[in-house]
Write a protein that binds this ligand. Structure first.
Ligand SMILES: [Zn+2]
Ligand SMILES: [Zn+2]
Length: 583
Protein backbone atom coordinates (compact mmCIF):
# COMPACT_ATOMS: atom_id res chain seq x y z
CA UNK A 1 0.00 0.00 0.00
CA UNK A 2 2.77 2.40 1.01
CA UNK A 3 4.60 1.34 -2.14
CA UNK A 4 1.57 2.30 -4.24
CA UNK A 5 1.23 5.68 -2.53
CA UNK A 6 4.90 6.42 -3.12
CA UNK A 7 4.56 5.51 -6.82
CA UNK A 8 1.51 7.78 -7.12
CA UNK A 9 3.29 10.69 -5.44
CA UNK A 10 6.32 10.23 -7.71
CA UNK A 11 4.07 10.08 -10.79
CA UNK A 12 2.30 13.28 -9.68
CA UNK A 13 5.63 15.12 -9.39
CA UNK A 14 6.73 13.85 -12.82
CA UNK A 15 3.40 14.86 -14.36
CA UNK A 16 3.55 18.34 -12.82
CA UNK A 17 7.05 18.86 -14.22
CA UNK A 18 6.08 17.59 -17.68
CA UNK A 19 3.00 19.84 -17.80
CA UNK A 20 4.75 23.00 -16.65
CA UNK A 21 3.84 25.93 -18.89
CA UNK A 22 1.13 23.96 -20.68
CA UNK A 23 -2.62 24.38 -21.07
CA UNK A 24 -4.01 21.11 -22.40
CA UNK A 25 -7.32 19.32 -22.62
CA UNK A 26 -7.51 16.21 -20.43
CA UNK A 27 -6.97 13.83 -23.35
CA UNK A 28 -3.99 15.87 -24.61
CA UNK A 29 -2.42 15.86 -21.14
CA UNK A 30 -2.70 12.06 -21.05
CA UNK A 31 -1.07 11.86 -24.50
CA UNK A 32 1.75 14.18 -23.41
CA UNK A 33 2.44 12.15 -20.27
CA UNK A 34 2.43 8.95 -22.31
CA UNK A 35 4.83 10.46 -24.87
CA UNK A 36 7.09 11.76 -22.08
CA UNK A 37 7.56 8.15 -20.96
CA UNK A 38 6.00 8.74 -17.53
CA UNK A 39 4.78 5.56 -15.86
CA UNK A 40 1.06 5.50 -15.14
CA UNK A 41 0.20 3.85 -11.79
CA UNK A 42 -2.34 1.16 -12.70
CA UNK A 43 -4.64 1.73 -9.72
CA UNK A 44 -5.07 5.51 -9.98
CA UNK A 45 -4.66 6.08 -13.74
CA UNK A 46 -3.64 9.44 -15.23
CA UNK A 47 -6.76 11.09 -13.78
CA UNK A 48 -5.69 10.13 -10.26
CA UNK A 49 -2.15 11.37 -10.93
CA UNK A 50 -3.41 14.74 -12.21
CA UNK A 51 -5.78 15.10 -9.25
CA UNK A 52 -2.99 14.49 -6.78
CA UNK A 53 -0.72 16.96 -8.58
CA UNK A 54 -3.55 19.52 -8.40
CA UNK A 55 -4.05 18.85 -4.67
CA UNK A 56 -0.32 19.41 -4.17
CA UNK A 57 -0.76 22.79 -5.88
CA UNK A 58 1.52 21.84 -8.77
CA UNK A 59 -1.11 22.34 -11.49
CA UNK A 60 -4.67 23.52 -11.94
CA UNK A 61 -7.64 21.48 -13.14
CA UNK A 62 -10.72 23.28 -14.38
CA UNK A 63 -13.56 22.98 -16.83
CA UNK A 64 -12.38 24.05 -20.30
CA UNK A 65 -15.38 26.36 -20.50
CA UNK A 66 -16.19 28.37 -17.42
CA UNK A 67 -19.32 30.31 -16.60
CA UNK A 68 -19.20 33.47 -14.54
CA UNK A 69 -21.56 36.30 -13.69
CA UNK A 70 -20.75 39.81 -14.83
CA UNK A 71 -22.35 43.18 -14.23
CA UNK A 72 -21.86 45.87 -16.84
CA UNK A 73 -21.71 48.45 -14.07
CA UNK A 74 -22.19 48.40 -10.29
CA UNK A 75 -25.83 47.76 -9.48
CA UNK A 76 -26.69 46.40 -12.95
CA UNK A 77 -28.40 43.01 -13.25
CA UNK A 78 -25.82 40.19 -13.39
CA UNK A 79 -25.52 38.30 -16.65
CA UNK A 80 -24.18 34.75 -16.99
CA UNK A 81 -21.32 34.59 -19.43
CA UNK A 82 -19.44 31.59 -20.81
CA UNK A 83 -15.76 31.81 -21.58
CA UNK A 84 -13.34 29.33 -23.12
CA UNK A 85 -10.34 29.17 -20.80
CA UNK A 86 -8.12 27.80 -23.53
CA UNK A 87 -8.61 30.49 -26.18
CA UNK A 88 -10.33 33.26 -24.23
CA UNK A 89 -13.38 33.42 -26.54
CA UNK A 90 -16.69 34.55 -25.06
CA UNK A 91 -20.40 33.83 -25.54
CA UNK A 92 -20.44 34.63 -29.25
CA UNK A 93 -18.26 31.60 -30.04
CA UNK A 94 -20.11 29.10 -27.82
CA UNK A 95 -22.56 26.57 -29.16
CA UNK A 96 -24.61 24.29 -26.94
CA UNK A 97 -25.17 20.85 -28.42
CA UNK A 98 -26.14 17.42 -27.09
CA UNK A 99 -22.86 15.92 -25.95
CA UNK A 100 -21.91 12.26 -26.38
CA UNK A 101 -19.37 12.27 -23.56
CA UNK A 102 -21.48 13.76 -20.73
CA UNK A 103 -24.96 12.89 -22.06
CA UNK A 104 -26.27 16.42 -21.45
CA UNK A 105 -26.52 19.55 -23.57
CA UNK A 106 -23.19 21.29 -23.01
CA UNK A 107 -21.39 24.24 -24.56
CA UNK A 108 -18.52 23.81 -26.99
CA UNK A 109 -16.15 26.56 -28.17
CA UNK A 110 -16.17 26.92 -31.94
CA UNK A 111 -13.26 29.36 -32.10
CA UNK A 112 -10.55 26.87 -31.13
CA UNK A 113 -12.23 23.73 -32.46
CA UNK A 114 -9.28 23.08 -34.82
CA UNK A 115 -7.19 22.10 -31.80
CA UNK A 116 -9.75 19.61 -30.48
CA UNK A 117 -13.10 20.28 -28.83
CA UNK A 118 -13.02 22.53 -25.80
CA UNK A 119 -16.29 21.64 -23.97
CA UNK A 120 -17.98 22.45 -20.70
CA UNK A 121 -17.54 18.83 -19.60
CA UNK A 122 -13.91 18.61 -20.75
CA UNK A 123 -11.05 19.08 -18.31
CA UNK A 124 -8.42 21.75 -18.94
CA UNK A 125 -5.08 21.02 -17.30
CA UNK A 126 -3.05 24.16 -16.65
CA UNK A 127 0.53 23.54 -15.59
CA UNK A 128 2.33 25.87 -13.21
CA UNK A 129 3.65 29.00 -14.87
CA UNK A 130 6.92 30.72 -14.29
CA UNK A 131 8.44 34.15 -14.01
CA UNK A 132 10.73 35.16 -16.82
CA UNK A 133 14.19 33.59 -16.64
CA UNK A 134 13.21 31.35 -13.75
CA UNK A 135 13.86 33.99 -11.11
CA UNK A 136 11.92 36.20 -8.77
CA UNK A 137 13.25 39.06 -10.83
CA UNK A 138 14.79 38.73 -14.27
CA UNK A 139 18.55 38.26 -14.27
CA UNK A 140 20.54 40.74 -16.29
CA UNK A 141 23.90 40.59 -17.96
CA UNK A 142 25.30 43.63 -16.24
CA UNK A 143 24.03 42.83 -12.77
CA UNK A 144 25.77 39.50 -12.26
CA UNK A 145 29.32 38.27 -12.17
CA UNK A 146 29.81 35.54 -14.81
CA UNK A 147 30.06 32.70 -12.28
CA UNK A 148 26.80 33.68 -10.61
CA UNK A 149 24.67 33.67 -13.74
CA UNK A 150 21.52 31.75 -13.34
CA UNK A 151 21.45 28.72 -15.64
CA UNK A 152 18.97 25.93 -15.54
CA UNK A 153 21.32 23.08 -14.68
CA UNK A 154 20.22 20.63 -17.38
CA UNK A 155 20.14 23.24 -20.09
CA UNK A 156 23.74 24.36 -20.22
CA UNK A 157 25.31 24.17 -23.66
CA UNK A 158 28.74 25.04 -25.09
CA UNK A 159 27.24 28.17 -26.69
CA UNK A 160 26.03 29.38 -23.31
CA UNK A 161 29.31 28.70 -21.58
CA UNK A 162 31.02 30.70 -24.28
CA UNK A 163 28.73 33.68 -23.69
CA UNK A 164 28.99 33.38 -19.94
CA UNK A 165 32.75 33.87 -19.97
CA UNK A 166 32.57 37.22 -21.78
CA UNK A 167 32.87 40.45 -19.79
CA UNK A 168 29.45 41.94 -19.08
CA UNK A 169 29.96 45.40 -20.54
CA UNK A 170 28.48 47.55 -23.25
CA UNK A 171 31.20 46.51 -25.66
CA UNK A 172 30.08 42.97 -25.11
CA UNK A 173 26.69 43.60 -26.69
CA UNK A 174 28.50 44.85 -29.81
CA UNK A 175 30.65 41.73 -29.89
CA UNK A 176 27.65 39.50 -29.51
CA UNK A 177 25.93 41.27 -32.39
CA UNK A 178 28.94 41.23 -34.68
CA UNK A 179 29.08 37.45 -34.95
CA UNK A 180 25.74 37.49 -36.79
CA UNK A 181 27.13 39.64 -39.64
CA UNK A 182 24.23 42.07 -39.66
CA UNK A 183 24.01 45.15 -41.89
CA UNK A 184 24.38 48.47 -40.00
CA UNK A 185 20.60 49.01 -39.99
CA UNK A 186 19.93 45.47 -38.79
CA UNK A 187 22.61 45.76 -36.09
CA UNK A 188 21.22 49.02 -34.74
CA UNK A 189 17.67 47.69 -34.47
CA UNK A 190 18.77 44.33 -33.08
CA UNK A 191 20.93 46.17 -30.52
CA UNK A 192 17.93 48.19 -29.35
CA UNK A 193 15.79 45.05 -29.08
CA UNK A 194 18.59 43.27 -27.23
CA UNK A 195 18.87 46.10 -24.71
CA UNK A 196 15.10 45.95 -24.23
CA UNK A 197 14.94 42.23 -23.49
CA UNK A 198 17.93 42.37 -21.15
CA UNK A 199 16.64 45.22 -19.01
CA UNK A 200 14.13 45.01 -16.21
CA UNK A 201 10.58 46.06 -16.97
CA UNK A 202 10.30 49.51 -15.51
CA UNK A 203 6.85 50.33 -14.33
CA UNK A 204 6.46 53.68 -16.00
CA UNK A 205 4.06 55.98 -14.21
CA UNK A 206 1.36 56.69 -16.72
CA UNK A 207 1.41 60.29 -17.82
CA UNK A 208 -2.22 61.35 -17.78
CA UNK A 209 -1.60 64.19 -20.19
CA UNK A 210 -0.64 61.56 -22.80
CA UNK A 211 -4.08 59.98 -22.66
CA UNK A 212 -6.38 60.88 -25.51
CA UNK A 213 -8.32 63.96 -24.45
CA UNK A 214 -11.76 62.35 -24.55
CA UNK A 215 -10.61 59.74 -22.06
CA UNK A 216 -9.16 62.13 -19.52
CA UNK A 217 -10.28 62.11 -15.96
CA UNK A 218 -11.72 65.56 -16.38
CA UNK A 219 -14.24 64.12 -18.83
CA UNK A 220 -15.24 61.45 -16.38
CA UNK A 221 -16.18 64.02 -13.81
CA UNK A 222 -17.85 66.37 -16.29
CA UNK A 223 -21.06 67.73 -14.76
CA UNK A 224 -24.29 66.55 -16.36
CA UNK A 225 -22.90 63.37 -17.93
CA UNK A 226 -25.10 60.30 -17.57
CA UNK A 227 -24.10 57.25 -15.56
CA UNK A 228 -23.86 55.26 -18.79
CA UNK A 229 -21.51 57.79 -20.40
CA UNK A 230 -19.49 57.87 -17.19
CA UNK A 231 -19.01 54.11 -17.09
CA UNK A 232 -18.24 53.77 -20.79
CA UNK A 233 -15.60 56.52 -20.47
CA UNK A 234 -14.22 54.75 -17.44
CA UNK A 235 -14.10 51.44 -19.32
CA UNK A 236 -12.21 53.05 -22.22
CA UNK A 237 -9.76 54.65 -19.82
CA UNK A 238 -9.10 51.34 -18.07
CA UNK A 239 -8.61 49.63 -21.44
CA UNK A 240 -6.12 52.30 -22.47
CA UNK A 241 -4.16 51.77 -19.26
CA UNK A 242 -4.24 48.00 -19.57
CA UNK A 243 -2.86 48.32 -23.09
CA UNK A 244 -0.16 50.71 -21.88
CA UNK A 245 0.75 48.16 -19.22
CA UNK A 246 1.00 45.41 -21.85
CA UNK A 247 3.25 47.62 -24.01
CA UNK A 248 5.86 47.64 -21.23
CA UNK A 249 6.66 44.04 -22.11
CA UNK A 250 6.55 44.55 -25.87
CA UNK A 251 9.00 45.81 -28.44
CA UNK A 252 8.04 46.57 -32.03
CA UNK A 253 10.64 45.74 -34.65
CA UNK A 254 9.37 47.62 -37.68
CA UNK A 255 11.42 46.31 -40.58
CA UNK A 256 10.72 46.96 -44.27
CA UNK A 257 9.98 44.00 -46.57
CA UNK A 258 13.24 42.22 -47.37
CA UNK A 259 15.10 43.72 -44.38
CA UNK A 260 16.25 40.29 -43.18
CA UNK A 261 14.11 39.88 -40.07
CA UNK A 262 15.26 36.36 -39.32
CA UNK A 263 18.90 37.40 -38.94
CA UNK A 264 17.85 40.10 -36.49
CA UNK A 265 16.16 37.65 -34.16
CA UNK A 266 19.24 35.41 -33.88
CA UNK A 267 21.02 37.59 -31.27
CA UNK A 268 17.78 37.82 -29.28
CA UNK A 269 17.36 34.06 -29.23
CA UNK A 270 21.01 33.69 -28.24
CA UNK A 271 20.67 36.16 -25.36
CA UNK A 272 17.56 34.53 -23.92
CA UNK A 273 18.93 31.00 -24.28
CA UNK A 274 22.24 31.98 -22.68
CA UNK A 275 20.32 33.14 -19.62
CA UNK A 276 18.51 29.82 -19.40
CA UNK A 277 15.34 31.16 -20.98
CA UNK A 278 12.92 29.47 -23.33
CA UNK A 279 12.10 31.16 -26.61
CA UNK A 280 9.00 30.96 -28.75
CA UNK A 281 8.95 32.11 -32.37
CA UNK A 282 5.40 32.24 -33.68
CA UNK A 283 4.50 32.88 -37.29
CA UNK A 284 1.12 32.81 -39.00
CA UNK A 285 1.83 30.23 -41.67
CA UNK A 286 2.98 26.64 -41.58
CA UNK A 287 5.26 26.96 -44.63
CA UNK A 288 7.16 29.79 -42.89
CA UNK A 289 7.61 27.58 -39.81
CA UNK A 290 9.00 24.80 -42.00
CA UNK A 291 11.30 27.25 -43.80
CA UNK A 292 12.58 28.73 -40.53
CA UNK A 293 13.26 25.36 -38.91
CA UNK A 294 16.54 24.49 -40.72
CA UNK A 295 17.86 28.06 -40.39
CA UNK A 296 17.36 28.10 -36.61
CA UNK A 297 18.87 24.63 -36.21
CA UNK A 298 21.89 25.68 -38.27
CA UNK A 299 22.38 28.91 -36.29
CA UNK A 300 22.01 27.16 -32.91
CA UNK A 301 23.30 23.61 -33.31
CA UNK A 302 23.63 23.25 -29.51
CA UNK A 303 20.06 24.21 -28.64
CA UNK A 304 17.10 21.88 -28.70
CA UNK A 305 14.57 23.10 -31.27
CA UNK A 306 10.94 22.00 -31.33
CA UNK A 307 8.76 22.74 -34.37
CA UNK A 308 5.00 22.80 -33.86
CA UNK A 309 2.19 22.96 -36.41
CA UNK A 310 -0.98 20.96 -36.99
CA UNK A 311 0.13 17.31 -37.10
CA UNK A 312 3.73 17.98 -36.05
CA UNK A 313 5.53 14.83 -34.84
CA UNK A 314 7.20 16.89 -32.08
CA UNK A 315 3.98 18.15 -30.59
CA UNK A 316 4.55 16.99 -27.00
CA UNK A 317 8.26 17.81 -26.86
CA UNK A 318 9.90 20.68 -25.06
CA UNK A 319 12.91 22.61 -26.33
CA UNK A 320 14.90 25.76 -25.67
CA UNK A 321 13.59 27.21 -28.92
CA UNK A 322 10.02 26.50 -30.02
CA UNK A 323 8.90 27.37 -33.55
CA UNK A 324 5.16 27.34 -33.94
CA UNK A 325 2.20 28.48 -35.97
CA UNK A 326 0.20 31.02 -33.97
CA UNK A 327 -2.63 28.58 -33.24
CA UNK A 328 -0.26 26.29 -31.32
CA UNK A 329 0.25 29.05 -28.73
CA UNK A 330 -3.05 28.05 -27.17
CA UNK A 331 -1.43 24.91 -25.78
CA UNK A 332 0.97 26.98 -23.62
CA UNK A 333 0.49 29.01 -20.46
CA UNK A 334 3.16 31.26 -18.90
CA UNK A 335 5.82 29.16 -20.59
CA UNK A 336 8.22 31.39 -22.52
CA UNK A 337 10.72 34.00 -21.37
CA UNK A 338 10.87 35.51 -24.84
CA UNK A 339 8.03 35.44 -27.36
CA UNK A 340 8.72 36.60 -30.91
CA UNK A 341 5.67 37.17 -33.09
CA UNK A 342 6.39 37.38 -36.78
CA UNK A 343 4.10 39.24 -39.24
CA UNK A 344 1.73 40.31 -36.54
CA UNK A 345 -0.32 42.26 -39.07
CA UNK A 346 -0.98 39.21 -41.26
CA UNK A 347 -3.92 36.85 -41.44
CA UNK A 348 -4.82 34.99 -39.25
CA UNK A 349 -3.11 36.76 -36.35
CA UNK A 350 -4.26 40.25 -37.27
CA UNK A 351 -7.76 40.99 -36.06
CA UNK A 352 -8.16 37.70 -34.19
CA UNK A 353 -8.58 38.38 -30.46
CA UNK A 354 -8.21 34.64 -29.77
CA UNK A 355 -4.62 34.60 -31.07
CA UNK A 356 -3.75 37.82 -29.23
CA UNK A 357 -5.03 36.21 -26.04
CA UNK A 358 -2.98 33.09 -26.76
CA UNK A 359 0.20 35.11 -27.34
CA UNK A 360 -0.32 37.04 -24.12
CA UNK A 361 -0.92 33.85 -22.14
CA UNK A 362 2.09 32.01 -23.59
CA UNK A 363 4.60 34.52 -22.19
CA UNK A 364 5.96 34.05 -18.66
CA UNK A 365 5.14 36.73 -16.11
CA UNK A 366 7.52 39.59 -16.92
CA UNK A 367 8.48 37.78 -20.15
CA UNK A 368 9.30 39.91 -23.18
CA UNK A 369 7.53 40.02 -26.49
CA UNK A 370 9.07 41.12 -29.78
CA UNK A 371 6.56 42.10 -32.47
CA UNK A 372 7.84 41.93 -36.05
CA UNK A 373 6.16 43.69 -38.92
CA UNK A 374 6.78 45.61 -42.13
CA UNK A 375 3.37 47.23 -41.91
CA UNK A 376 2.29 47.47 -38.25
CA UNK A 377 -1.41 48.10 -37.58
CA UNK A 378 -2.30 51.77 -37.02
CA UNK A 379 -2.79 51.49 -33.21
CA UNK A 380 0.74 50.12 -32.81
CA UNK A 381 2.16 52.82 -35.09
CA UNK A 382 0.43 55.45 -32.96
CA UNK A 383 1.65 53.86 -29.73
CA UNK A 384 5.20 53.79 -31.10
CA UNK A 385 5.00 57.42 -32.26
CA UNK A 386 3.71 58.59 -28.87
CA UNK A 387 6.44 56.73 -26.98
CA UNK A 388 4.10 54.25 -25.24
CA UNK A 389 5.62 51.34 -27.14
CA UNK A 390 9.38 50.79 -27.45
CA UNK A 391 10.35 50.23 -31.05
CA UNK A 392 13.12 50.27 -33.64
CA UNK A 393 12.78 50.76 -37.36
CA UNK A 394 14.82 49.09 -40.06
CA UNK A 395 14.16 51.38 -43.02
CA UNK A 396 16.37 49.59 -45.53
CA UNK A 397 16.70 46.13 -47.03
CA UNK A 398 19.62 43.88 -46.19
CA UNK A 399 21.23 44.71 -49.58
CA UNK A 400 21.22 48.42 -48.63
CA UNK A 401 19.45 49.69 -51.75
CA UNK A 402 16.31 51.84 -51.45
CA UNK A 403 12.84 50.30 -51.76
CA UNK A 404 11.36 50.63 -55.28
CA UNK A 405 8.88 53.51 -55.29
CA UNK A 406 5.60 52.58 -57.05
CA UNK A 407 4.83 54.32 -60.35
CA UNK A 408 1.24 55.34 -61.09
CA UNK A 409 -0.20 54.10 -64.41
CA UNK A 410 -3.57 55.39 -65.59
CA UNK A 411 -5.45 52.20 -66.37
CA UNK A 412 -9.21 51.58 -66.41
CA UNK A 413 -10.67 48.93 -64.03
CA UNK A 414 -9.76 45.31 -64.83
CA UNK A 415 -13.40 44.45 -65.59
CA UNK A 416 -13.41 47.20 -68.22
CA UNK A 417 -10.17 45.87 -69.77
CA UNK A 418 -11.78 42.45 -70.06
CA UNK A 419 -14.90 43.89 -71.69
CA UNK A 420 -12.83 45.74 -74.29
CA UNK A 421 -10.29 42.90 -74.56
CA UNK A 422 -7.60 45.53 -74.91
CA UNK A 423 -4.72 46.75 -72.74
CA UNK A 424 -3.92 50.48 -72.60
CA UNK A 425 -0.65 51.31 -74.38
CA UNK A 426 1.10 52.38 -71.14
CA UNK A 427 0.38 49.09 -69.36
CA UNK A 428 1.27 47.03 -72.41
CA UNK A 429 4.59 48.87 -72.83
CA UNK A 430 5.54 48.51 -69.15
CA UNK A 431 4.64 44.81 -69.11
CA UNK A 432 6.62 44.02 -72.27
CA UNK A 433 9.59 46.01 -70.91
CA UNK A 434 9.56 43.89 -67.73
CA UNK A 435 9.38 40.65 -69.70
CA UNK A 436 12.13 41.86 -72.04
CA UNK A 437 14.49 42.72 -69.18
CA UNK A 438 14.16 39.14 -67.97
CA UNK A 439 12.13 39.93 -64.86
CA UNK A 440 9.37 37.68 -63.59
CA UNK A 441 6.12 39.53 -63.18
CA UNK A 442 3.58 39.46 -60.35
CA UNK A 443 0.19 40.75 -61.49
CA UNK A 444 -2.11 41.30 -58.51
CA UNK A 445 -5.87 41.52 -59.05
CA UNK A 446 -8.56 42.19 -56.47
CA UNK A 447 -10.84 39.19 -57.07
CA UNK A 448 -10.28 35.49 -57.67
CA UNK A 449 -12.61 35.40 -60.68
CA UNK A 450 -10.40 37.96 -62.49
CA UNK A 451 -7.25 35.79 -62.33
CA UNK A 452 -7.96 33.44 -65.22
CA UNK A 453 -9.36 35.89 -67.82
CA UNK A 454 -6.64 38.47 -67.07
CA UNK A 455 -3.98 35.77 -67.43
CA UNK A 456 -5.45 34.80 -70.81
CA UNK A 457 -5.42 38.42 -71.95
CA UNK A 458 -1.82 39.00 -70.85
CA UNK A 459 -0.79 35.73 -72.49
CA UNK A 460 -2.10 37.06 -75.82
CA UNK A 461 -0.01 40.24 -75.47
CA UNK A 462 3.28 38.71 -74.28
CA UNK A 463 5.77 37.05 -76.66
CA UNK A 464 4.73 33.44 -77.39
CA UNK A 465 7.60 31.87 -75.38
CA UNK A 466 6.47 33.67 -72.18
CA UNK A 467 4.53 31.30 -69.91
CA UNK A 468 1.68 33.10 -68.13
CA UNK A 469 -0.08 31.42 -65.19
CA UNK A 470 -2.66 32.28 -62.56
CA UNK A 471 -3.44 31.09 -59.06
CA UNK A 472 -5.59 31.95 -56.06
CA UNK A 473 -6.64 30.59 -52.69
CA UNK A 474 -9.24 28.42 -54.47
CA UNK A 475 -6.69 26.86 -56.81
CA UNK A 476 -5.90 23.25 -55.94
CA UNK A 477 -2.66 23.38 -57.91
CA UNK A 478 -1.47 26.50 -56.12
CA UNK A 479 1.60 24.95 -54.48
CA UNK A 480 2.67 23.49 -57.82
CA UNK A 481 2.17 26.77 -59.70
CA UNK A 482 4.05 28.76 -57.04
CA UNK A 483 6.92 26.28 -57.36
CA UNK A 484 6.90 26.68 -61.15
CA UNK A 485 6.99 30.46 -60.69
CA UNK A 486 9.84 30.12 -58.18
CA UNK A 487 11.82 27.94 -60.58
CA UNK A 488 11.34 30.52 -63.35
CA UNK A 489 9.27 28.27 -65.61
CA UNK A 490 6.27 30.61 -65.28
CA UNK A 491 7.30 34.16 -66.22
CA UNK A 492 4.07 35.98 -65.36
CA UNK A 493 1.77 35.02 -62.47
CA UNK A 494 -1.66 36.58 -62.03
CA UNK A 495 -2.80 36.24 -58.43
CA UNK A 496 -4.66 37.79 -55.49
CA UNK A 497 -3.29 39.10 -52.18
CA UNK A 498 -2.74 35.45 -51.19
CA UNK A 499 0.83 35.88 -52.49
CA UNK A 500 1.40 39.36 -51.02
CA UNK A 501 3.86 37.95 -48.48
CA UNK A 502 6.33 35.19 -47.97
CA UNK A 503 7.37 34.61 -51.57
CA UNK A 504 10.70 35.93 -52.78
CA UNK A 505 11.65 35.91 -56.47
CA UNK A 506 15.14 37.30 -57.14
CA UNK A 507 14.36 39.41 -60.22
CA UNK A 508 10.75 40.47 -60.23
CA UNK A 509 8.43 43.36 -61.12
CA UNK A 510 4.99 44.02 -59.67
CA UNK A 511 1.80 45.22 -61.36
CA UNK A 512 -1.26 45.88 -59.22
CA UNK A 513 -4.49 46.18 -61.22
CA UNK A 514 -7.41 48.06 -59.64
CA UNK A 515 -4.89 49.46 -57.15
CA UNK A 516 -7.63 51.87 -56.01
CA UNK A 517 -9.81 48.94 -54.90
CA UNK A 518 -11.13 49.17 -51.36
CA UNK A 519 -9.78 45.68 -50.78
CA UNK A 520 -6.21 47.00 -51.00
CA UNK A 521 -5.29 49.02 -47.94
CA UNK A 522 -1.95 50.71 -47.34
CA UNK A 523 -0.45 47.59 -45.72
CA UNK A 524 -1.50 45.30 -48.58
CA UNK A 525 -0.11 47.72 -51.20
CA UNK A 526 3.21 48.05 -49.33
CA UNK A 527 3.46 44.26 -48.99
CA UNK A 528 2.69 43.65 -52.68
CA UNK A 529 5.17 46.36 -53.72
CA UNK A 530 7.63 44.63 -51.38
CA UNK A 531 7.84 41.64 -53.76
CA UNK A 532 10.02 43.70 -56.17
CA UNK A 533 13.76 44.34 -55.92
CA UNK A 534 14.44 41.72 -53.26
CA UNK A 535 17.86 40.54 -54.40
CA UNK A 536 21.17 42.39 -54.40
CA UNK A 537 21.57 41.52 -58.11
CA UNK A 538 18.38 43.32 -59.08
CA UNK A 539 17.60 45.77 -56.27
CA UNK A 540 15.66 48.25 -58.43
CA UNK A 541 12.62 46.16 -59.37
CA UNK A 542 9.66 48.02 -60.82
CA UNK A 543 6.29 48.50 -59.16
CA UNK A 544 3.20 49.83 -60.95
CA UNK A 545 -0.05 50.91 -59.31
CA UNK A 546 -2.67 50.68 -62.09
CA UNK A 547 -5.87 52.66 -61.51
CA UNK A 548 -7.79 55.57 -62.99
CA UNK A 549 -7.17 57.88 -60.02
CA UNK A 550 -4.76 57.18 -57.14
CA UNK A 551 -6.70 56.25 -53.99
CA UNK A 552 -5.89 57.49 -50.50
CA UNK A 553 -4.37 54.10 -49.64
CA UNK A 554 -2.15 54.31 -52.73
CA UNK A 555 -0.88 57.74 -51.75
CA UNK A 556 -0.28 56.53 -48.18
CA UNK A 557 1.64 53.48 -49.43
CA UNK A 558 3.89 55.64 -51.64
CA UNK A 559 4.42 58.03 -48.74
CA UNK A 560 5.24 55.12 -46.41
CA UNK A 561 7.88 53.81 -48.86
CA UNK A 562 9.36 57.28 -49.46
CA UNK A 563 9.63 57.98 -45.71
CA UNK A 564 11.50 54.71 -45.19
CA UNK A 565 13.87 55.52 -48.09
CA UNK A 566 14.52 59.02 -46.76
CA UNK A 567 15.13 57.71 -43.26
CA UNK A 568 17.55 55.11 -44.62
CA UNK A 569 19.42 57.76 -46.65
CA UNK A 570 19.59 60.14 -43.67
CA UNK A 571 21.09 57.43 -41.49
CA UNK A 572 23.64 56.54 -44.15
CA UNK A 573 22.32 53.02 -44.63
CA UNK A 574 22.00 53.28 -48.43
CA UNK A 575 25.00 52.12 -50.47
CA UNK A 576 24.39 54.31 -53.50
CA UNK A 577 23.03 57.61 -52.24
CA UNK A 578 22.65 59.14 -55.73
CA UNK A 579 20.14 56.52 -56.71
CA UNK A 580 18.12 57.24 -53.58
CA UNK A 581 18.02 60.98 -54.23
CA UNK A 582 16.89 60.55 -57.83
CA UNK A 583 14.01 58.30 -56.80
ZN1 LIG B 1 -11.92 28.13 -27.29
ZN1 LIG C 1 -20.45 17.37 -22.48
Amino acid sequence: MAEEARALAAAAQTAAAALQGRALLGSEAHALLGAAGAECPAAAGWSGVLQLAALLGRLRLCSAIAGDEVRRWPGARPRRRLRCLRCGSGDAQMRSTPCASCGRVCACCEACILLGRSRECELLVIGSGQRAFGAQHPIFWHSLAPNRRNHRPNDSTPAQQLSASEPPEAQEAQDRLSRWKLSPAQAEAAGAALAFIEQPVTKVRIDLSAEPTHRRRADLAAPGSSAHAYFSSLRRLLQWRKQTDAFQHQFLLWAVTGAGKTEMIFPLVESAAARGGQVLIATPRRDVVLELDPRIRKAFPHLSVVTLYGGSPQRWERGTVTLATTHQLMRFRRAFDLVIIDELDAYPYHGDPMLHYAAEQAAAADGRCILLSATPPAPLQRAAASGRLCHARVPVRFHRHPLPVPVQLRVPPAAELLRQQQLPASLRKALLASVARGAQVFVFVQRIKLCEPIAAMLGAVCPPETAVGFTSSKDEERADKVNRFRSGELRVLVTTTILERGITIPRSDVFILDADSRLFDEAALVQMAGRAGRSADDPAGRVYFCSSIPSRAQRQAVRHIRIMNRMAAAKGYIINLDAAIHK
